[in-house]
Design a protein around this ligand. Structure first.
Ligand code: ADP
Length: 260
């Protein structure tokens, strides 16, 4: 009798705990969804005042054109820099919030990845020139892929921008593209500061910066690589990094040539 009573008790306890955990699940899941929606809405709402601030600063700059003293000039420069940094941060937060709530619809276009890499390289060249960093591209003439062009160009931008940011003056940044039957490979290599072994496993995490003061100085906020990882994963690909301190880093992306 005791064994039967014991079994009934265990059965009842299991049944109740399952029911309770189901009940508790609903509010937690709801709260989580609400939090994601809040993050997306907040980032979205911040874009308008930032755009207004940016255009007001431009207007102020134009109006005061020749009448600015050194102090005003410095203040305006700082304000423009901070608005730029915040606009980029808000943009990144919005991308991640949307990725969390699965509200991003990927486009599916056919395009030449080499052409795209050339365009992105062109857009970051002024940053490289400023630091006398040489840039190069090694890719076949035609590398047609089916993917989301906006996201892939964002991915290439993040990797090249980082490579330039974390490479001292006089270094070199190289992007190479290659293909296999079903995959394309994007490799971004630099001769920069490198990444410590203890940081390698964390750099794709949100807000993780191996060297906070250096990253902040470079205008970073630790979200670029988490966005890069998300873009690669939505394309069912992989991203890997290898690095040697004071020698440089290599990021290797592998994605299917044709998005499903
Ligand atoms: P951040 O905005 O700080 O650059 P990321 O998410 O793009 O943020 O990168 C995370 C961290 O990884 C950076 O703060 C930096 O420490 C490290 N990192 C990324 N790319 C490189 C690179 N090419 N060389 C050295 N360190 C890098």
């Amino acid at each position: 009798i005791l064994i039967v009573l014991g079994l009934i008790f265990i059965g009842l306890a299991l049944f109740m705990s399952q029911k309770m955990s189901k009940k508790a699940m609903v509010p937690i899941a709801k709260a989580f969804t609400r939090q994601k929606e809040f993050a997306a809405d907040a980032s979205h709402e911040l874009r308008t005042p930032l755009a207004v601030l940016q255009s007001s600063l431009d207007a102020m700059d134009m109006t005061l054109r020749d009448e600015k003293d050194q102090f005003t000039e410095k203040l305006l420069k700082n304000m423009r820099q901070e608005v730029k940094r915040m606009t980029s941060l808000v943009g990144d937060l919005l991308t991640l919030a949307r990725s969390d709530s699965n509200t991003v619809e990927l486009r599916k276009d056919t395009f030449n990845l080499r052409q795209m890499a050339e365009d992105v390289l062109e857009s970051v060249r002024p940053l490289a020139d400023e630091k006398t960093i040489s840039t190069s591209l090694d890719a076949p003439e035609n590398l047609m892929v089916v993917a989301d062009p906006e996201r892939l160009s964002q991915l290439i931008y993040i990797l090249l921008d980082n490579a330039i940011k974390y490479t001292p003056a006089g270094g070199a940044v190289k992007i190479s593209l290659s293909q296999e039957e079903c995959y394309v490979y994007i490799t971004v290599n630099d001769t920069g500061v490198g990444i410590k072994d203890k940081d390698l496993n964390h750099i794709f995490e949100r807000f993780y910066r191996a060297d906070k003061s250096r990253s902040r100085q470079m205008g970073g906020h630790g979200l670029g690589l988490s966005i890069a990882k998300w873009i690669v994963e939505t394309h069912k690909g992989t991203i890997e990094v290898s690095s040697e301190l004071e020698k440089g880093s290599t990021f290797l992306v592998k994605i299917p040539r044709k998005m499903e």
